[in-house]
Design a protein around this ligand. Structure first.
Ligand code: FES
Length: 144
């Protein structure tokens, strides 16, 4: 664990619906991560999930469009599977019975901090090394 990095505020995530940032993982690959509001019984505020559907590695958050969050779930724009914002679990559609990889964060005094010692904060917003949508470009996955 190498300390923590302030990402944004809970209020910003709630107001914008989602908040995207990019980290570099242990294999030196860029990984996009999505912050989403989570309202569970314990009053959780925000969770962080890797921005990649577990079905076909499609981004859940697209630049200029954002991510669709409906009824406490992130909706995959390609085939419509819905992932619980609090658990990352999907029980429907082609991605059923899978869970989005998570990145460790903490919330303190209304602020969201990256606390995952396996990744390093790169920037707010999307990865800059995305190729075109098609072709066998490298796909990044965190193995947690
Ligand atoms: S790519 Fe997300 S459900 Fe198929």
């Amino acid at each position: 664990m190498s300390g923590r990095y302030r990402l944004t505020s809970v209020e910003t995530v709630e107001n914008e619906g989602t908040w995207l940032f990019t980290v570099r993982d242990e294999r030196d690959e860029d990984v996009e991560v999505l912050l989403v509001p989570c309202e569970d019984d314990e009053g959780g505020a925000v969770e962080a999930w890797v921005n990649s559907c577990t079905h076909e590695a499609q981004p859940l958050y697209r630049e200029g469009v954002g991510a669709a969050v409906r009824e406490g779930a992130v909706v995959c724009p390609k085939h419509g599977s819905m992932f619980d914002t609090c658990s990352g679990y999907c029980d429907n559609g082609p991605a059923a019975e899978t869970t989005l990889p998570s990145v460790e964060i903490s919330v303190e005094d209304g602020q969201v901090y990256l606390t995952d010692g396996d990744v390093r904060f790169l920037r707010a917003g999307p990865s800059e090394d995305d190729d075109d949508d098609d072709g066998p470009s490298s796909t990044s996955h965190l193995r947690l």
